[in-house]
Write a protein that binds this ligand. Structure first.
Ligand SMILES: NC(=O)C1=CN([C@@H]2O[C@H](COP(=O)(O)OP(=O)(O)OC[C@H]3O[C@@H](n4cnc5c(N)ncnc54)[C@H](OP(=O)(O)O)[C@@H]3O)[C@@H](O)[C@H]2O)[C@@H](O)CC1
Ligand SMILES: Nc1ncnc2c1ncn2[C@@H]1O[C@H](COP(=O)(O)OP(=O)(O)O)[C@@H](O)[C@H]1O
Ligand SMILES: [K+]
Length: 505
């Protein structure tokens, strides 16, 4: 699914209107009817609905929703802000239609505003600004937003919380953005909905399909996508009847140190559950028995060192390599990691301490093999690119790093983002907060190693691996609950996740 900028969303509306012979006002009517349904599904007529409408088309949506709720006998009040005298045509039509229905509870604000009392039981419908917002809110609008935010009412935003930019909010004034409990967004989510720091504004969100032109959607270009299950399924390659383990690749996992053998174990177990032919784990001597016992399917290759990764190993026999889980950050390990990179001629995953070690020696960053997959969480990324003040900046810096190194970056978190060297960003929809616990990232590294070893191209491996990892996390949550689930449960859920993705529907 493509994610469009607000400007593109407005172009999509305009294109749909001119090419699908639908009038602008009717497209708005469609949107308003879906929004009304979504509201009526959640709240009954005991709830007072207070509609705040702006003078643009977002306000037009809100006024149409007010009419529809009124006709369904909800108690509705409308506050319409007409401060410049510039009202969109569709907004005007909806004011007229509302009044024609006999609706009288209508306050028009042009300068002085005496706000209605908002109580815990009320539903505020925020239709002040949508995709047309072009600067941070200030003055009277800022005061209205702050008034709504300070109330105990439930807030439903139409299309986007008023005041929130669709993409970059670096220069926004955060206290002047509506804090919605629910955002009913039209056609597609906005990029800014996918950023952690905007959760307090967007709340829960639901996408309403108003039937934007498919042709427009097909041709419009954007670097931002949400990965869909159908796409992921299409990436999976079935095994041939005469498949043998040689065809499914031999991978090398360089992982573990004294006290962090578990990371090597979890990555290896996840790898062995993701279709790899053969796996060798290179780990310090102290972890030999642990790995051998807990992952008997894998071969163990001892490092020369008792406790740390201290000697680069020969990579000739492998189709893919993953370095990092639980490696530690000893000086010797950092140097060895960098030395090891020079011989990584096959697809490579760099995770966790491999990235932390690189961030200590940033001048060696250019030794990262081209096309490598880097899997940092937010902190690990910032160690590489410097502190970022928000998610948009972080994403921009990750894109720069990916382009500079010509490698793939898997920026982990909710909505894990896969960034390609060409600058495309694929947001992953699976996964849940139960995965925010030690070891979950190691599991992902194991999955990615398995896919690369089987010959999946980097982009496909990232999109498929991250999706199945999150899906296994969602299955683990079903089984164990969000509090108790841990990384071992994600591994245990992998077979079901893979089965689900390969079963015909
Ligand atoms: N048929 C359709 O087209 C459909 C449209 N749909 C709906 O339309 C919405 C987009 O509508 P829109 O383009 O009219 O923009 P909207 O967000 O209402 O605001 C525009 C006004 O705000 C003003 N303004 C901007 N920033 C400001 C600020 N900081 N402080 C003060 N003023 C500010 C700006 O003024 P300007 O600066 O341009 O003079 C302009 O007058 C979209 O989100 C969806 O809800 C759906 O129903 C689907 C069908
Ligand atoms: N709130 C969340 N929603 C979805 N996925 C999450 C969430 N929190 C964490 N995850 C996933 O869990 C994994 C955690 O990885 P990481 O931070 O490297 O943990 P560790 O280093 O402990 O293994 C990542 O793949 C991340 O995307
Ligand atoms: K809005």
């Amino acid at each position: 699914m493509k994610i469009l900028s607000c400007k593109q969303q407005r172009e999509a509306d305009a294109y749909t209107i001119s090419h699908e012979s639908i009038l602008s006002i009717n497209l708005m009517e469609k949107a308003a009817s879906l929004i009304t349904d979504a509201i009526c599904r959640r709240w009954d007529k005991a709830r007072r609905m207070i509609v705040f409408a702006g003078a643009g088309n977002n306000g037009g949506d809100a006024l149409a929703v007010a009419r529809m709720l009124f006709l369904k006998h909800y108690p509705v009040e409308v506050v319409f802000f007409n401060v410049t005298g510039k009202i969109s045509e569709e907004c005007l039509t909806n004011i007229r239609r509302l009044k024609e229905c006999g609706f009288a509870n209508f306050t028009e604000v042009s300068s002085q505003f005496d706000p209605p009392k908002l109580t815990r039981n009320d539903i505020v419908i925020d239709g002040l600004f949508g995709a047309g917002l072009n600067k941070p809110l200030s003055g009277g609008f800022a005061a209205v937003v702050q008034y709504i935010n300070a109330s105990q009412s439930t807030v439903v935003s139409i299309d986007t919380p008023s005041g929130l930019m669709g993409e970059d909010n670096t220069y926004n004034v955060r206290q002047n953005i509506i804090q919605a409990d629910l955002t009913l967004t039209i056609q597609l989510p906005k990029l800014s909905f996918l950023f952690a720091e905007n959760e307090e504004y967007v709340g829960e969100w639901e996408v309403l399909d108003i039937g934007t032109s498919q042709e427009f959607m097909k041709n419009v270009t954007t670097p931002y996508y949400i990965t869909e299950e159908a796409k992921v399924r299409s990436l999976i390659r079935p095994y041939k009847k005469f498949a043998h383990k040689g065809m499914r690749g031999h991978g090398l996992l360089i992982a573990g140190s004294y006290g962090m053998g578990g990371a090597a174990v979890m990555a290896a177990q996840a790898c062995m559950r993701s279709g790899i032919g053969r796996l060798t784990v290179h780990t310090p001597i102290c972890n030999h028995n642990l790995v051998q016992t807990l992952v008997p399917q894998a071969t163990v290759e001892d490092d020369l060192h008792e406790r740390f990764f201290a000697e680069p190993t020969d990579l000739d026999n492998y189709q893919a390599i993953a370095i990092g889980p639980g490696l530690g950050q000893e000086e010797i390990t950092a140097k060895t990691t960098i030395e090891q990179l020079d011989s990584c001629y096959v697809p490579t995953v760099l995770d966790a301490d491999a990235l932390n070690n690189l961030s200590v020696y940033r001048n060696f960053l250019n030794r990262v093999p081209k096309q490598a997959i880097l899997t940092p969480h937010v902190k690990e990324l910032e160690r590489l690119v410097g502190r970022c003040s928000n998610s948009y900046e972080r994403l921009s810096k990750a894109k720069e790093l990916s382009s500079y190194l010509q490698c793939y970056i898997v920026l982990k978190g909710a909505w894990t983002t896969i960034i390609t060297p060409e600058g495309n960003c694929y947001f992953n929809p699976t996964g849940n907060p139960g995965m925010a616990t030690g070891g979950s990232g190691d599991v992902l590294t194991g999955i990615l190693l398995a896919l690369l070893a089987q010959g999946y191209p980097q982009e496909a491996a990232c999109r498929l691996g991250v999706y199945v990892h999150g899906l296994a996390g969602d299955i683990a949550r079903e089984r164990q609950g969000v509090i108790s689930m841990n990384a071992a449960d994600i591994i245990e859920a992998l077979p079901e996740a893979w089965k689900k993705l390969t079963e015909t529907k």
